[in-house]
Unconditional design. Structure first.
Length: 198
């Protein structure tokens, strides 16, 4: 009986050690079956004004060689407009339960011209997106978000990440020593995109 109890404790201890191991670092994307030689050949998903859509960035997505390196990306087609509009992007750690052992897709945007070339690149400033469960007492971080203004006529976008830039996003945790966790960028993750209703 004592032997069985000792064996059970040893197995549980080893399982606990295994769960604390750091995961392998995310691999840089490589050209895949969905490689695009031009963004004009990309698949674009329609996003309506006032709509929010969630996208899971996985190795099954299309890839393209952006200036910072190859990246998986989501192509977005927006309704044409002669007025400026705001696009908001939110990003979450790949594993929101184990943030310390996770990574996050840090979105950048390539605005695609009608001929398939890139008319401009947009790097966003991301801020923690905190929701209060109990006001000023219990907060829950729901990732990070950033916004930018689309110029009139801009209607096709490629949302990718500059994984070669070794970016991090900061998660404020007042109860932690130093007050922050730093979550590194990676090639995969979850993003939400919202186009304002204008």
């Amino acid at each position: 009986m004592i032997f069985r109890l000792s064996l059970l404790i040893a197995v549980v201890g080893l399982a606990g050690c295994a769960s604390n191991e750091a995961p392998d670092p995310p691999q840089q994307p490589k050209a895949n079956a969905a490689w695009r030689k031009s963004l004009g050949d990309a698949t674009f998903i329609t996003l309506a004004a006032g709509e929010t859509r969630e996208f899971k960035i996985t190795p099954d997505l299309q890839t393209f060689g952006f200036p910072e390196g190859i990246s998986y990306f989501v192509g977005l087609a927006l309704p044409r407009s002669d007025a400026p509009r705001t696009l908001t992007l939110r990003t979450l750690p790949l594993n929101p339960i184990r943030v310390r052992a996770s990574h996050v897709f840090v979105p950048r945007v390539a605005v695609v011209a009608p001929d398939g070339s890139v008319s401009r690149y947009v790097g966003l400033e991301f801020e923690p997106n905190t929701q209060w469960i109990v006001p000023r007492l219990i907060a829950r971080n729901t990732g990070w978000q950033g916004s930018f203004t689309l110029a009139p006529g801009e209607s096709r976008l490629a949302v990718y990440t500059a994984t070669l830039l070794q970016q991090t996003l900061r998660l404020p945790l007042p109860e932690e020593p130093g007050g922050f966790w730093y979550v590194p960028s990676g090639p995969t993750g979850v993003i939400e995109v919202t186009l304002d209703g204008g």
